[in-house]
Write a protein that binds this ligand. Structure first.
Ligand code: CU
Length: 489
């Protein structure tokens, strides 16, 4: 971290402006208080409710999503006010098929706040992508419409992206899954298709969601309870010999999840933008905020198999680094009953065309700055020395041209990098002069850039218009770590 003296901060926080920094006790410069609220565990894993398709015509998906206040009961006897889509968090699961025409009417019923819906990772036109430049004011309905091109099947999601309020609206509950299915799926249907969405809950003793503290703004908000589909350590029962397809979503603001299944081998079959070319065995996986992975888990022996977290040091400012390791997120009870025989996983899943030689290369340097002055602490999360400015185009790109982007992390924390409007291919990582190739060819929209690391990726924007690129620790995005690429025909 660079310490600046007397320089105007690009993203300024003054302690007396901050929620919880003034009069009430319990919030201070240090770690947020860890709540003693106990959440029930071991309930049956719930399927995410689906958003019903109201279209009568095949090939169309039409529905309505209303964002607004809702109440949920995470713990016995405590009502928690949240924000939900159609009254729920995670929001309803949207499932559409490649080639579908999608029209979703968004009704913003969040009191006194603008919002948007950003279709994270999806190939939608720039003016349909819920940019901060296109706010939907409270009380207003707007329609988002787009087509899902052939080849776009993947594990996408949706969440708000309003200027300055994304982090808060997401931790208050606004995020949902958007699955795009292919016409024909190479993964055997007998493996099922189970979505696991990870969110991160901090619950005060009175059941409310506390405001962000200074620690949250520096590190990103990390809660007390990692939830799976809104539940704490839910349970699933399967016959032994089951192979199950899981889609893992990190929908937290800022929690890095290094995960493993104990006693059940895991095979990666897909990333953010859909299937890999071939399956890849993995002992453990890292899901940084906003990333997704598809895995096949083989439950080969009877008994419990748990999905749990391993330690991962993503760089932490100040006190209160949360304990990352040893959290049980999901418990699978593998029964003595043998499963019906299932087809094997195919050796080849689909071809991925490698993006060709880039016509231009660009460099994005991530830094953090901090300064103390008479007004309080000023922090900046910057890209190429600048904080986000909605009125500024940072770079101009040409539609349809392959570009090489070099993301350089000169900061003290990992920053997961995300670009809107397209999927990219990671080429290599460089650290201390040592270059390592990406382990497999894949379509991704979010990649973690560890501190001190450089990630090189190839991307092509096929649709014109302004697109955001930013750190997906949402508090960092809010404090300036975002830019605009204007794609021109
Ligand atoms: Cu960041």
């Amino acid at each position: 971290m660079t310490v600046l003296a007397g320089r105007p901060a690009m993203a300024q926080m003054k302690m007396d402006d901050m929620p919880g920094m003034g009069d009430h006790s319990g919030h201070d410069m240090g770690a947020p208080p860890r709540s003693a609220v106990v959440l029930p565990e071991g309930e049956a894993l719930r399927d995410l409710p689906r958003l019903a398709n109201e279209a009568a015509t095949p090939g169309q998906f039409k529905a309505r999503l209303t964002a607004g206040p809702a109440t949920v009961r995470f713990a016995e006897g405590l009502d928690t006010p949240i924000l939900g889509y159609n009254g729920m968090s995670p929001g309803p699961l949207i499932e559409a098929v490649e080639g579908d025409r999608v029209e979703i009417t968004f009704a913003n019923r969040i009191p006194d706040e603008a919002s948007t819906i950003h279709w994270h990772g999806m190939p939608v036109p720039a003016d349909q992508d819920g940019n901060p430049m296109d706010p939907v004011e409270t009380g207003i309905d707007r329609s988002y419409s787009f087509e899902l091109p052939e080849g776009s099947a993947g594990s996408y999601w949706y969440h708000p992206h309003p200027h300055g309020r994304t982090a808060e609206q997401v931790y208050r509950g606004l995020a949902g899954v958007f699955l795009v299915k292919p016409g024909t799926d190479p993964i055997p249907a007998a493996y099922g298709d189970t979505v696991l969405v990870f969110t991160d809950l901090r619950l005060a003793a009175d059941g409310t969601l506390p405001d962000n503290t200074m620690t949250d703004l520096m590190n990103g908000r990390v809660g007390d309870h990692v939830l799976v589909n809104g539940q704490r350590n839910p349970a699933l029962t399967v016959p032994f010999g089951t192979k199950r397809r899981f889609r893992l979503y990190n929908a937290t603001n800022a929690r890095f999840l290094r995960l493993s299944f104990d006693g059940a081998p895991m095979t990666i079959i897909g990333t953010d933008g859909g299937l890999l070319e071939a399956p890849v065995a993995a002992d453990d996986i890292l899901l940084s905020p906003a990333e997704r992975l598809e895995v096949i888990v083989s439950f080969e022996k009877p008994g419990p198999a748990t999905l749990y977290t391993l330690d991962y040091d993503r760089g932490w400012m100040g006190a209160g680094r949360p304990a990352d390791a040893g959290l049980t997120l999901l418990t699978v009870h593998v029964s003595q009953t043998p499963a019906e025989p299932v087809p094997p996983l195919p050796d080849r899943l689909r071809p991925i065309a490698r993006l060709g030689a880039p016509s231009i290369s660009r460099r994005f340097v991530f830094t953090e700055t901090m300064a103390m002055n008479a007004n309080g602490m000023e922090m900046g999360f910057l890209i190429n020395g600048a904080a986000f400015d909605m009125g500024r185009v940072d770079i101009v790109a040409k539609q349809g041209e392959v570009e090489l982007w070099e993301i350089v992390n000169e900061a003290d924390m990992d920053h997961p990098f995300h670009v809107h409007g397209t999927q990219f291919q990671v080429v290599e990582h460089e650290r201390d002069g040592k270059v390592s190739k990406a382990p497999y060819l894949a379509w991704k929209d979010t990649v973690n850039v560890t501190r001190g690391e450089t990630v090189r990726l190839l991307l092509r924007q096929d649709r014109p218009g302004p697109r955001m690129y930013h750190c997906h620790i949402l508090e960092h995005e809010q404090l300036g770590m975002m830019g605009i690429v204007d794609v021109r025909a």
